[in-house]
Design a protein around this ligand. Structure first.
Ligand SMILES: [Zn+2]
Length: 80
């Protein structure tokens, strides 16, 4: 029987992306050091109001595309 006592802190970004962060309480059923029974429960949620790593990359890429797209539009206009 699994003892559901593995509590982790969770980081939650405004877009919905989340990650486990700090292990708060370990379950008694772990078999190897550093391993848990696999059932993780939220101890505390750390709300992040900025962009997550993925969103940050998307925003950066979008601005790059907009910049380059703008350059392409200007180039096309200059042909006529
Ligand atoms: Zn995100």
């Amino acid at each position: 029987m699994l003892d559901p006592n593995v509590f982790f802190d969770q980081a939650l970004w405004s877009c919905g992306f989340w990650l486990w962060t700090i292990l708060r309480q370990r379950c008694t059923e772990e078999h190897r050091i550093g391993e848990t029974c696999g059932l993780k429960l939220i101890f505390e949620t750390d709300y992040r109001h900025d962009y997550c790593k993925i969103c940050e990359l998307v925003v950066r890429k979008q601005s790059l595309i907009t910049k380059n797209g703008g350059g392409l539009a200007a180039y096309l206009v200059s042909l006529f």
